[in-house]
Design a binder for this molecule. Structure first.
Ligand SMILES: Cc1ncc(COP(=O)(O)O)c(C=O)c1O
Length: 435
């Protein structure tokens, strides 16, 4: 006879936690800042569940598929029983060689695949574990502000401190780094860079990295370059690699990913190349924490790196057209033209009078609630992001144009309500001339 317990009883048992028992998480978890995008993500979910068609310009999660030949190779490799065992935690040698070949072909950089390259479960995993390998209590890292949350949280999770410096003016950023190294005690140990920058879309030329290497050597500062948007650039701009600057490999490493240009975000394939001692430190941590990536994915990733350069370029052109659709539309609303040269985001200043009237979070919530357009409020990237929206280019051109129409309608209505309440007249530059 089988014993059947009604589901309602099971649910009840799960819900009655013993109030006397306290789960006491580690300090490293407690000191994490609140996740500002949580509120928006929850509302997107609720709205979609209620049947609303939310246009999603929040996360940089690619919607286009990888190339057929890559998927076919994955299918084929998945049918080979030898590919289902644990793999190597630092990645199979042939994939590391392929990454080395790409660095040489694209940037003229020579990398020893044995000691200067490692495969990561997405660059975010590699980046976070690299911070754990390099940083500890009492250490400080310099991060660009506004910041991609992982750049700060990974440092915090390692028990170290992050100092954020304004990234908007590259010359000033360099002199601020020097000043911080001169004046802070103990001085920073690690410099985190990210160009094309997420979220601000700031880009640099190779000469910038030449200066970084000089600074790093002068102040004994290790460097991590997060080069996630290496493959997504517009109008002929070619994002330079930090590792292509002379001496860079003495002082740092660079993370790249197949998430963006190759549309393989869910596959979790990233790489770290550069300084062998830093790579070794990451390899040590990863050796304890993971058994490596599913081998079939690694084999398919080799195919993608070897055979899909043209598709990666084509993908950039797609993002460029989307960028133009969005920025043209917003310009017609009277918003500042913030067309990026690279990356997957428009870093859009919020126009007046809205900027002075409400917080960036409230503005983003208003666009979501009233306009069904989800954007990332700049304040989610730290105080330096207040007054900006980050708008991703993952929706197609028609949806982006539709998003602009919805923003226009939403602001027009909000302006009417605002005038009713305040009795205030103001010039509605943000809502006038949309075709
Ligand atoms: C700047 C930056 N670094 C790293 C990542 C994470 O990439 P991956 O998918 O390789 O973990 C992202 C993803 O959005 C990013 O924007």
């Amino acid at each position: 006879m089988s014993l059947s317990i009604p589901i309602s009883h099971l649910a009840l048992r799960r819900m009655t936690n013993d109030p006397a028992f306290q789960v006491d998480t580690a300090q490293r978890v407690k000191r994490l800042p609140p996740y500002l995008f949580g509120k928006i993500n929850k509302r997107i979910y609720e709205k979609r569940t209620a049947g609303d068609d939310v246009i999603e310009l929040g996360m940089g999660n690619p919607t286009d598929p990888p190339q057929d030949l890559v998927i076919e190779k994955l299918t084929e490799a998945a049918q080979d029983p030898r590919n289902h065992r644990y793999s190597k935690s630092n990645g199979i040698a042939s994939l590391r060689r392929e990454v080395g070949a790409k660095y040489f072909k694209k940037y003229g950089v020579r990398i020893d695949p044995e000691s200067e390259a490692i495969v990561c479960l997405g660059s975010k995993e590699g980046f976070s574990h690299m911070c754990l390998a390099l940083m500890g209590p009492g250490d400080t890292a310099v991060v660009p502000a506004p910041y991609f949350p992982v750049h700060v949280y990974a440092v915090a999770l390692a028990g170290a401190n992050a100092i954020s410096l304004d990234v908007s003016n590259s010359d000033k950023f360099l002199s601020d780094i020097a000043y911080t190294c001169e004046t802070l005690y103990p001085k920073p140990k690690l410099l985190i860079l990210c160009y094309p920058h997420n979220p601000s879309a700031v880009v640099v030329e190779q000469a910038f990295y030449d200066e970084v290497v000089k600074l790093a050597k002068r102040y004994n500062l290790m460097v991590i370059s997060d080069f996630a948007y290496a493959d997504v650039a517009f109008d002929g701009y070619k994002p330079p690699s930090f590792l292509a600057s002379e001496g860079a490999i003495d002082v740092g490493v660079e993370f790249t990913t197949m998430s963006k240009g190759y549309n393989m975000a869910g596959w979790r394939v990233g790489f770290c190349c550069g300084n062998r001692e830093m790579i070794q430190a990451l390899a040590t941590i990863k050796g304890y924490y993971d058994y490596g990536m599913f081998q079939a994915i690694q084999i398919a990733a080799i195919m993608a790196l070897r055979h899909t350069d043209a598709a990666v370029e084509q993908q950039s052109l797609i993002y460029q057209s989307r960028r133009d659709a969005l920025c043209d539309g917003l310009s017609r609303l009277g918003w500042q033209d913030a067309r990026p040269k690279a990356g997957m985001f428009v870093w859009q200043p919020i126009p007046e009078p809205w900027r002075s009237r409400m917080s960036t979070m409230d503005f983003a919530m208003m666009l979501l609630e009233e306009g069904n357009v989800a954007v990332s409020p700049g304040s989610g990237f730290g105080p330096a992001g207040e007054g900006f929206l980050r708008m991703s280019l993952v929706e197609n051109e028609a949806r982006l144009r539709q998003a602009v129409r919805q923003i226009r309608a939403c602001l027009k209505e909000a302006e009417g309500k605002y005038n009713e309440v305040e009795g205030a007249a103001f010039a509605p530059a943000a809502v006038e001339s949309q075709s």
